[in-house]
Design a binder for this molecule. Structure first.
Ligand SMILES: [Zn+2]
Length: 321
């Protein structure tokens, strides 16, 4: 993919990182997972109704690969190992990218086959979706794929059966249940910290994206538009507070390559969708640099193994009750 890059597509330059707060959290006991959802920009839910021409899809694909290379460099420079939730279709089309990710010691995990939300599938279709994704990722990386994140956090009460499918397919953990109110996803009453989630008949470990608990309100600070919109100190404080919270045994952050590529062609989105997608996108690189400097990180699979060893201490939550 690298050889095919158009010279017009510039590698994003890392913005200067301003001095962040002191790093009392950095080497503390709280494991923080830095995760990246690897998908082309046009796959986002806000663009679901858009007709993106194949030539523009190719541009986004190249930019995604290029920005993922850039992320790999940044992670290596900080000696950080991350979790990459990747589409199976990308593994099939660009196995070299998956080998580069796995070869650098990062975790290769599944983000489904082609970014279809589980809400649009029935159970047999979802079984096939994750089978294809897992196979393609395992073949490309040569490592077992044990973590899963649903496109657009689409494990909700209505798709509780997906938990059973993941457990039966041999996944060790899931990171798809966002305990917030949102028009597209969310299980607002789910626990904010890692828990054992029950679907219909089976259970799996859930590592939810990070939130800041303010009374009865869960503020989503784990990544995406929220991370770019809200002031960085709020993310920092949320992670620092989590460390003091005795129920908290690990936090999960999530980002996408396109969030660090401010000069990409913008999708023709309108209104709220446009705002959510592009708010603060020029701050993305600088904020990531601050996070990398202020915290230390583990991979999702490392946190999962640690939690499974002590599973009797995890809260339980049933999606069907
Ligand atoms: Zn996604």
């Amino acid at each position: 993919m690298k050889e095919e890059m158009s010279p017009a597509i510039a590698r994003p330059a890392l913005e200067e990182s301003r001095p962040g707060p002191a790093k009392p959290v950095g080497n503390g006991a709280l494991p923080v997972v830095l995760s990246l959802d690897i998908e082309e920009h046009y796959r986002i839910e806000a663009a679901a109704g858009l007709d993106v021409p194949p030539s523009l899809q190719v541009v986004y694909r190249r930019r995604m690969a290029r920005t993922t290379d850039w992320l790999l460099e940044k992670l290596a420079s900080r000696n950080i190992r991350a979790t990459f939730f990747i589409l199976g279709q990308i593994a099939k089309g660009d196995p070299g990218l998956i080998r580069a990710i796995a070869g650098a010691g990062h975790e290769v995990a599944s983000h489904g086959w082609d970014h279809r939300r589980i809400l649009t599938m029935d159970r047999p279709q979802f079984v096939e979706d994750i089978r294809r994704s897992k196979d393609a990722l395992e073949q490309a990386s040569g490592t077992p794929v044990l973590g899963y994140r649903a496109p657009t956090f689409s494990i909700v009460r209505r798709t509780a059966w997906a938990i059973d499918v993941l457990a039966e397919a041999g996944f060790l953990y899931d990171s798809s249940i966002y305990p917030v109110h949102h028009d597209r996803y969310g299980v607002p009453d789910a626990p904010r910290h890692p828990f054992q989630v029950r679907g219909v008949e089976r259970e799996i470990l859930e590592i939810p994206p990070a939130t800041l608990g303010l009374g009865r309100l869960n503020v989503p600070i784990g990544g995406g538009g929220y991370f770019r919109l809200l002031p960085y100190p709020l993310t920092w404080l949320a992670l620092a507070f989590s460390r003091r919270d005795r129920q908290c045994i690990g936090s999960m952050l999530y980002f996408h390559p396109w969030e660090f590529d401010p000069d990409q062609p913008a999708l023709p989105l309108r209104g709220l969708s446009r705002f959510r997608t592009y708010v603060g996108i020029r701050r993305g690189q600088r904020r990531l640099a601050s996070l990398m400097a202020d915290f230390s990180f583990v991979r999702g699979i490392d946190l999962a193994r640690r939690l499974i060893e002590r599973s009797e201490g995890l809260p339980a939550f049933c999606l069907t009750s």
